[in-house]
Structure formats: structure tokens, C-alpha cells
Design a protein around this ligand. Structure first.
Ligand SMILES: Cc1cc2nc3c(=O)[nH]c(=O)nc-3n(C[C@H](O)[C@H](O)[C@H](O)COP(=O)(O)OP(=O)(O)OC[C@H]3O[C@@H](n4cnc5c(N)ncnc54)[C@H](O)[C@@H]3O)c2cc1C
Length: 285
């Protein structure tokens, strides 16, 4: 079991990992890609940057710095996190365990851009199979997404109903799941009056009792909701030590809100690294 798993290799996650490693903590960073910073062509407002650098270059430098200090960095997408005796963190490659987890996955999820989506959030549109799947036993369940995260959610939903339809919304599936209907047309509108009653694609209409949204990659808020961490307006609520209401589960960077800048993410990560180290000392004694 590692001391800490950091989910996210952006400025918040890497900064925390550097502090933790220098406290001689056993730390593993799992990162899917380059996150928000990778989309920035040019960064010139961060301390010490004389000549502007690309976000991709800044990430490469941060990861190289962490690895030089001994941090283990793996390029893996985290699919699920469970809390129990410590935490287990599932990726496509396997399951890792740790005494504490830092969520540093940047801005939250991609929402579905279809007509009347906002009218039905919480009224037939759900974001958590573990939380809400049980409510839809033997019902008509739809799920929208096309990646590993969708497949993970789909596996949970199989426990509750056999009437399952995957809507890829025009995207290509990473793997084709068995024993489900698959609709590849782009989604156009959510149907219903008080609650969702179905979905319209560009060519047809599909009656549904619920639509689970699992687009792209699971974000910090997806993990937080499943574990029962408090959220405020899609941001994870943390205390002054960057700990959520779940003992040992921390969050830092864009996923907790505030100034969405590299400087703030790095500062969050540094502070979280220090408080996680203190937390680990306290649970040892
Ligand atoms: C176009 C653009 C331009 C910007 N320009 C500037 C600028 O000039 N100056 C500035 O200070 N800030 C700028 N920003 C903002 C800055 O990039 C962010 O505030 C900062 O990167 C936040 O850091 P973070 O570590 O919280 O998240 P991110 O940098 O988004 O890192 C998130 C990490 O989490 C990983 N991740 C997410 N989900 C998973 C998962 N399920 N499993 C594994 N890993 C996962 C990602 O792969 C990534 O490594 C810009 C942002 C954008 C989009």
C-alpha cells in the first residue's frame, strides 16, 4: 500500500507529490493526459518564466522534476476510487491502494450539450451509477459516453437492469460492450415534462426512465460524489488542510474552485502535500 495516490499530474498534483516525496512519503501519481495546462499555448504569468513556455513544456518540466526526486508517475486513467480500510484506486491496468488520496484532476466533467439537458438534471439525468442505479431496477436505462469511464458505469448498471442502451452521441466506442443496445446517432434533445421520459437523436426517439451521463473521463467530482464527499456547485468542498469530509481524501487545484491559474494550483498542491504528510503521521500514532 502506497502512502498517497495523487490522481492528476497537473500543477496541483505534481506540486503535492514533490512535497510528499521530499517528506520521504511513498507517492504514486496517476495521470491520464496533460489536463487544462496542456491546452495553454503560452504561459508567461507564472513566477520565474522569463521566456513564455507552452503548457505542455511546463507539465513536462514538472513531471521530470518529480521523477528526478523519486516520485512514481504513471500515465493511467483512474476509473473508480473506493474508500474502506484506506483507498483503492482502479485503472484499466489494475487496482492500487493507498492510505490517503489527493484528487487533483482539474476542472470538472464535460456536460452534455443537448436541448433541455438542464431541465432534467436530477429529474431523470444522473451522474452516478453506484448512487442511483438501485432506484432504476428493471427500468429502461440509458447511458451516454464512449470511453472506459462509461464502461465502468455500465458494469455497475448491469446489476440493476437488463434494458440498457448506450448512446455514444456520434463518438466511436473504445470497446464495444456486450448485451446492450448501442445507438451511435448524435443526441438532439431530452424528452419529458416533469421528468425525463426519453431522448431524441437525429433520427429517432428512445423512451427511457433514466439517463446516466458518463462522458469522457471521470473527474474529481465524479469520484467525490461516489465516495460521499461534499460538493458545492460542482466544486469539492475542503477544509483549511485541503481535506474533504472523508478522512484521508484530499483535493487541490482547479477541482476545488477559486482562481483557475497555475500559481494557485501549485500553492494548493504544496499546502496539501504538507497537510497530507501531517495526516499520515497522525494516523500512524
Ligand atoms: C487554454 C488555457 C489557457 C490557460 N492559460 C493559463 C495561463 O496563461 N496562466 C495560468 O496561470 N493558467 C492558465 N490556465 C489555467 C491552468 O492551466 C489551470 O488553472 C491549471 O492547470 C490547474 O491545475 P490542476 O493541476 O488543478 O489541473 P490540470 O492542469 O487540469 O491537471 C489535471 C490532471 O488530472 C488528470 N486527470 C483528470 N482526470 C483523470 C482521471 N480520471 N485519471 C487520471 N488522471 C486524470 C489530467 O490528466 C491532468 O494530469 C489556462 C487554461 C487553459 C485551458
Amino acid at each position: 500500500m502506497a502512502d498517497v495516490i495523487v490522481v492528476g499530474g497537473g500543477p496541483a498534483g505534481i506540486s503535492a507529490a514533490i512535497y510528499l516525496q521530499r517528506f520521504k512519503r511513498d507517492v504514486l501519481v496517476l495521470m491520464k493526459d496533460q489536463g487544462a495546462l496542456g491546452k495553454a499555448d503560452s504561459i508567461e504569468n507564472y513566477y520565474g518564466i522569463v521566456e513564455a513556455v507552452s503548457g505542455a513544456e511546463l507539465i513536462a518540466r514538472g513531471v521530470a522534476q518529480a521523477e528526478r526526486l523519486g516520485v512514481k508517475v504513471r500515465k493511467e486513467e483512474v476509473l473508480a476510487i473506493e474508500a474502506g480500510d484506506g483507498f483503492s484506486v482502479k485503472t484499466a491496468a489494475g487496482v492500487y491502494t493507498a492510505k490517503a488520496v489527493l484528487l487533483a484532476t482539474g476542472m470538472s466533467r464535460t456536460n452534455l450539450k443537448v436541448r433541455r439537458y438542464n431541465d432534467f438534471v436530477g429529474r431523470g439525468i444522473s451522474f452516478c451509477a453506484v448512487c442511483d442505479g438501485f432506484l432504476y431496477r428493471q427500468k429502461k436505462i440509458g447511458i451516454v459516453g464512449n470511453g472506459e469511464f462509461m464502461l465502468e458505469e455500465l458494469d455497475v448498471l448491469r446489476n440493476f437492469s437488463k434494458d440498457l442502451t448506450v448512446f455514444t452521441n456520434g463518438e466511436k466506442l473504445v470497446h464495444t460492450p456486450e448485451n446492450v443496445k448501442i445507438v451511435a446517432d448524435p443526441l438532439v434533445e431530452i424528452l419529458g415534462t416533469d421528468r425525463l421520459s426519453g431522448i431524441a437523436t437525429s433520427t429517432s426517439q428512445y423512451p427511457l426512465d433514466v439517463l446516466f451521463v458518463a462522458i469522457g473521463t471521470a473527474s474529481a467530482s465524479d469520484f467525490a460524489i461516489r465516495i460521499g464527499a461534499l460538493m458545492d456547485n460542482n466544486k469539492i468542498v475542503v477544509d483549511a488542510d485541503f481535506m474533504t469530509n472523508i478522512e484521508g481524501l484530499f483535493a487541490a487545484g482547479d477541482c476545488i474552485g477559486g482562481l483557475a491559474q497555475v500559481a494557485k494550483a501549485v500553492a494548493d498542491g504544496a499546502q496539501a502535500g504538507i497537510t497530507i504528510h501531517k495526516h499520515l503521521k497522525s494516523i500512524k500514532s
